[in-house]
Every structure is written in structure tokens, then in C-alpha cells.
Ligand binder design. Structure first.
Ligand SMILES: Cc1cc2nc3c(=O)[nH]c(=O)nc-3n(C[C@H](O)[C@H](O)[C@H](O)COP(=O)(O)OP(=O)(O)OC[C@H]3O[C@@H](n4cnc5c(N)ncnc54)[C@H](O)[C@@H]3O)c2cc1C
Ligand code: SF4
Length: 605
């Protein structure tokens, strides 16, 4: 049996980056991937179909109900909490990174210590410690953004000479309309008791724009196209189908990283890891995995890296009975609960001509207001009402069945409505709360006989206050724009996430940003992984991904997760290099292999 240096479990964003880094240094890496590679069958609305042996939560699994508890969760992810966890993920080769939107902002320095605002958890290192890895992640993912704007309008302390690999994407028509009507206007935040200046800011994107010739000290950047091959002409051309798939391969997906794997990386798909193996001292020695027909195999390596997504990483640790000392495995599940508002502008908003969101308002992310309510980013939604109400045939159905329109009248009514649609997406930070958790269902099993994940989830007052502030801000923005507000969280199947707060009804969506389930910290008593994403109790075992994040901040989390994965890959390489260091045979007291327990710069562990 081949013995590997490293086994990586999961070929999504995190796993693909770790395998690329280590394979590039000649390490023998086995990547075990639950999903199928290359032959995903098309399904309605999604070019991937779950196999019963590797299921994932699908949109139709979660529906709103009229009576309590207000939602019903079936499918892969079972739920028993007061409110639904309204996010999913995908188990095919490339993982959720196939279907993500591709927005790639950084966290703010103050996000690394929300304890100072009275909620959440502190990171065991600072923004400055992660900064070089943010730059590495922006190179790997190919980020297009404006460094000056990120410095001046977002407050990021980017190095003076830093530019992003690619210039920012052009503003959408909606962004230009908003900038003309709203830039410099102030809106009141009734919860944080202040007012905030509105300023349209381009969001960093992991999709190809125009390369910046100043990048990398003037060496420039070559965008990567299909399968990660250099493709100088690759550009986002505005197809507007980023979810689920970019037909021009402008959006980053992990398949681009996989296309650059060295020959020392082996991908074994349709391989569902079911247990991590450890020796008598708790050191990881390999994994057990199952084919789709249930055949059980084992593979061995010096290092095992779990990169199976926040929910599945926690499930694997629980299935293996590992890393349990702190009692935190599976706990602290976070997401970005999204308050959506939607309306019609008097004029053409230019929907469906580019990514789902190009720009946003960043002024509600930071500052003392986060003591009183969850901070949030505001994304401008440029795909009509698709996320709020459903695809465009929802509008056709509305005019056909509720207004009785046909033929030309129907065409004109639908056209007039769709061309003026827009949404505002308020993405709330959710603090780490041990009560929000993934556990193993006591009786329900998947097709391979493995216990299914059970989620217990709720939103706390801090998040609800954030949503109250967001709704008030939304109303002021709509008034300034002269927009009709069509927001309506009716108790229908489409709104499983509904709650009452201070006499008002709110509805929310999940952002797909699962985090916190193998939380990072500076003590094995209170956290699952250390500052390098190593499981405290198991030498040779890493759990990487958003599951390690002590706080999810307000930024879409994947860029930060990628930076963390690259940082951990360096640590794995250092551990393996230490293992390989020759032992002087003439020395009676040969030095031991250096311990892997050293701390990174800035870590308090
Ligand atoms: C619709 C949507 C839009 C999003 N948009 C954005 C965005 O714009 N910006 C952003 O920052 N984030 C976004 N996200 C979140 C982003 O997709 C995730 O943060 C990211 O993909 C997580 O990467 P990962 O590698 O940890 O997990 P994944 O990408 O989910 O990869 C995990 C891999 O592990 C495999 N796996 C699972 N279990 C096993 C097992 N037992 N054995 C072997 N393999 C296994 C899976 O098949 C998968 O390939 C979005 C998410 C969704 C759902
Ligand atoms: S807008 Fe179109 S071209 Fe651009 S990333 Fe999305 S799908 Fe690809």
C-alpha cells in the first residue's frame, strides 16, 4: 500500500490549495474527495447532482410552514433549533467553490477581536500576522479590486505599494445609479444611534478582470482560464450565471487550482472519508474511506488535513470521536444571516448583466456601533429579485395568474418589472455561540450508514438588532432613491427563516458561509484547533476551512479561509521538512524531530 506524506480530505477551495502548495514541494499527497470528478450530471438549476452516498443540503430540503416552528428541514441536514440554518454546500469535486458567487473581500483588523466589542471570540493572531497570506490568497484566487478604494473607503491597511492582481471590475449600471443618487448622503442607524455616510464601493472579486501591469513589482499578472491554464484574454463578460457556473471560466473555482497540481498529487474521487485513524498516542496515521458501493478502504500518511467544509469537518471529527477535549467540536456554528430587501426603481437598473453583486456599502462594518447591534455589509443585488422571490418565471406567473395578462401586455408588464428590479443584501456578522451547533443525529443515517448531521441554530438579540438597523437603513435608502419597496416576508414555503422582533416581522436567508465548527483559539481547553489549524490533541491532524474561524466578521469568508489554508500548508511543509532532516549517525544524542507545537509569530499560545 502506498504511504503518503499527506492525506487531504475534500477537494474544495481549502483542500485544493493545500494540495497544490504541498504537491509543488514534491510531497506525495492523496486527495480523497466524496463527490464525483468530471462527470456531474445536470440537475434543474444546478449542473451537479448529489449521489445518495455523498448527499448535501439542497434548496428544496428547507421550507417555511404556517404553524410553529415555522420551518421543516428534510434532506441531508436535519434541524431541531428554534430557527433554521438556511445555508447549503455542495459535495462534488471542487466543492462549494464551484457554485460560489466569487466575492473576495478581506476582514478588517478590528474583526480579529470582537471580544473588545462585547461579543464573539478573539483570534489567536492579528490581521497583520495574516496579511502576507491574504496577498498569497489574492494571487491564487486572482482577485480584481481597487487597492486605493479598499484603503480609503474600507479602512484596510494595505501596504502602500500593493495593488491587486487585476483592476476592479467595471461598475454595474445599478452601482452608477446608486453612486449618483446616494454618495455622500447620510442615513440614521436607529440602533447604534448614529448616522453613516453612504459611499458606493467596489467589492473585491475572484473573477478575471483586466490585469494590473503594476502587480508584483511591475511583473504583472496573467489571468487563469479553464482548468487554471494561463489565459491572458480571460475576462468576466457578464453572463450573469456565476451561480451555479461561469461558462467563460472567469470566476475562480478550485478546479483552476487542481489544474496546476503537480504529478505528486493524486485525486481519488467518489471516496467518502468516514473516520480519521490515530495511534495509541492520538497521532493521526490515516483515514478510513468508503466507495459509493460501500467498500471500505484505508490510506495512511504522516499528516491528515480535513478540508471537507465546516459542517462535514465537524461531522468527521465527531464520527471519529476525536478532538473532544474542549467540548467545542461542532459548536459555534456561524453564518451570515442575510436580511434581503427588494424594490423597483423608477428607471432601468440593468439587471442580469454581470455578477450577482458588483459593489456595496461598507460603512456599517466597523466602529463602536457593533457593541449595540451586529455589523453588516450591504451588497447591491443585480440579478433582479431572483434571490428574494425566485427566477424570472415568478414574475411571469404573477402577471399571468394574478393579473390575467397575456400576449403583448404580458410581455410588456414582465419587461417593465424586471428591468427596474434590484435588491439590497444586508449580511450580518453572527458571533460564535456554543449553542449553535452541528451534532450527529442519533438515529438517521445516510446511504453509507453514517449518522447524518443535525443542526441546532438560532439568531441572538445582537443579530436581530442588526437586522432592525438594516431594515431602517433600507427604508431610508429606498426613500432617497424614490424606489417602490416590495419587501414582504410572507409566511410561505420560500421563507423558512422568519422571526418577530420588537413587533416587526423579519425574514432572512443564509449566505452559505458556514464557519466556527472546529473553532481556533489559544487554549486546548476552549478551542479545537490552534493558530495553525492543528487539532490540539492529535499531532499530524489539521482541520482547515471556515470551521476554524473564531469570528466570521462581515466579509464573505472564503478569501480569509484561503489565506488560512495557505498559512497552514506552510506549517505542514515545515513539519514534514523537520521530519526529513537527516539525523547525524555519529552523534549518540541525535536531536529529536522538532516538535510541531511551536507558535506562529503573534500567536499567544
Ligand atoms: C451559493 C453560495 C455562494 C457563495 N458565495 C460566496 C462568495 O461570494 N464569497 C465567499 O467568500 N464565499 C461564498 N460562499 C461560501 C464558499 O463557497 C465557501 O466558503 C467555500 O466554498 C468553502 O470551501 P471549503 O473548501 O471549506 O469547502 P467546500 O468548497 O464545500 O469543499 C469541501 C469538499 O470536501 C468534500 N467532502 C465533504 N465531505 C467529505 C468526506 N466525508 N470525504 C471526502 N470529501 C468530502 C466535498 O465534496 C467538497 O468537495 C458561497 C457559498 C454558497 C453556497
Ligand atoms: S458574470 Fe458571467 S462571465 Fe462574469 S463571472 Fe459571472 S458567469 Fe462568469
Amino acid at each position: 500500500m502506498t504511504r503518503y506524506d499527506v492525506i487531504v480530505v475534500g477537494a474544495g477551495v481549502a483542500g485544493s490549495l493545500v494540495a497544490h502548495h504541498l504537491g509543488g514541494r514534491g510531497r506525495r499527497v492523496l486527495v480523497l474527495e466524496a463527490g464525483a470528478a468530471g462527470d456531474g450530471e445536470p440537475a434543474p438549476g444546478l449542473p451537479y447532482r448529489a449521489h445518495p452516498a455523498a448527499p448535501w443540503p439542497e434548496a428544496a430540503d428547507l421550507v417555511g410552514t404556517d404553524g410553529p416552528p415555522g420551518f421543516r428541514a428534510g434532506g441531508h441536514l436535519l434541524q431541531d433549533g428554534p430557527l433554521p440554518y438556511a445555508s447549503g454546500y455542495v459535495r462534488v469535486n471542487g466543492g462549494t467553490g464551484n457554485v460560489w458567487t466569487g466575492l473576495a473581500p478581506r476582514m478588517l483588523p478590528e474583526d480579529f477581536d470582537t471580544e473588545s466589542f462585547g461579543y464573539g471570540r478573539r483570534w489567536p493572531f492579528t490581521y497583520d500576522d495574516l496579511e502576507p497570506h491574504y496577498r498569497a490568497a489574492e494571487r491564487e484566487l486572482g482577485v480584481a479590486a481597487d487597492a486605493d478604494e479598499q484603503r480609503e473607503r474600507v479602512g484596510l491597511p494595505l501596504p502602500d505599494d500593493y495593488v491587486f492582481p487585476m483592476r476592479p471590475l467595471p461598475a454595474a449600471r445599478l452601482d452608477r445609479l446608486f453612486a449618483a443618487r446616494l454618495d455622500g448622503r447620510r442615513v440614521k442607524d436607529p440602533v447604534a444611534l448614529g448616522d453613516v455616510e453612504l459611499r458606493v464601493v467596489g467589492t473585491p472579486h475572484a473573477r478575471n478582470g483586466v490585469p494590473d501591469p503594476r502587480y508584483d513589482g511591475g511583473r504583472g499578472y496573467v489571468p487563469r482560464g479553464r482548468d487554471g491554464r494561463p489565459d491572458p484574454g480571460s475576462r468576466c463578460v457578464g453572463n450573469a450565471t456565476c451561480i451555479p457556473h461561469c461558462p467563460s471560466y472567469a470566476k475562480y473555482t478550485p478546479l483552476k487550482t487542481q489544474g496546476r497540481w503537480s504529478d505528486s498529487v493524486t485525486l481519488r474521487d467518489r471516496s467518502v472519508v468516514s473516520r480519521v485513524l490515530v495511534d495509541g498516542r492520538g497521532r493521526a496515521t490515516g483515514v478510513e474511506y468508503r466507495s459509493y458501493d460501500g467498500e471500505v478502504s484505508v490510506a495512511h500518511a504522516d499528516v491528515v488535513v480535513l478540508a471537507a467544509h465546516a459542517v462535514e469537518n465537524a461531522r468527521l471529527l465527531l464520527l471519529s470521536g476525536l478532538a473532544g477535549r474542549s467540548g467545542q467540536v461542532g459548536r459555534n456554528l456561524m453564518d451570515h444571516p442575510v436580511l434581503l430587501t427588494w424594490g423597483l426603481l423608477p428607471q432601468d437598473t440593468g439587471p442580469y448583466r454581470g455578477p450577482g453583486s458588483v459593489s456595496g456599502f461598507e460603512g456599517f462594518r466597523a466602529g463602536p456601533g457593533r457593541r449595540l447591534r451586529a455589523p453588516f455589509r450591504i451588497e447591491f443585488g443585480t440579478w433582479g429579485w431572483i434571490w428574494a422571490k425566485g427566477p424570472v418565471d415568478t414574475d411571469v406567473n404573477h402577471f399571468l395568474t394574478e393579473r390575467g395578462l397575456f400576449g403583448r401586455e404580458l410581455r410588456e408588464a414582465v419587461g417593465d418589472r424586471i428591468r427596474r428590479q434590484f435588491t439590497l443584501q444586508f449580511e450580518m456578522e453572527q458571533g460564535a455561540d456554543p449553542a449553535n451547533r452541528v451534532s450527529l443525529h442519533p438515529t438517521e443515517r445516510d446511504a453509507l450508514g453514517l449518522p447524518r448531521p443535525l443542526v441546532t441554530y438560532d439568531l441572538d438579540e445582537h443579530v436581530k438588532e442588526g437586522m432592525a438597523a438594516a431594515r431602517a437603513v433600507s427604508e431610508q435608502i429606498f426613500a432617497l432613491l424614490g424606489a417602490e419597496d416590495h419587501t414582504d416576508y410572507a409566511p410561505v414555503a420560500a421563507w423558512p427563516g422568519r422571526f418577530e422582533h420588537r413587533g416587526r416581522t423579519y425574514g432572512y436567508r443564509g449566505a452559505g458561509h458556514a464557519a466556527g465548527t472546529h473553532i481556533m483559539g489559544d487554549s486546548p481547553a476552549t478551542s479545537v484547533v490552534d493558530a495553525w489549524q492543528r487539532c490540539w490533541d492529535h499531532p499530524g491532524l489539521y482541520a482547515v476551512g471556515c470551521g476554524s474561524m473564531p469570528s466570521v466578521a462581515t466579509s464573505n469568508p472564503t478569501l480569509t479561509m484561503a489565506a488560512l489554508a495557505l498559512r497552514s500548508a506552510e506549517r505542514v511543509e515545515a513539519d514534514l521538512a523537520a521530519r526529513d532532516r537527516p539525523v547525524p549517525l555519529d552523534s549518540p544524542s541525535a536531536p529529536p524531530i522538532p516538535s510541531t507545537a511551536s507558535s506562529p509569530p503573534g500567536a499567544s499560545a
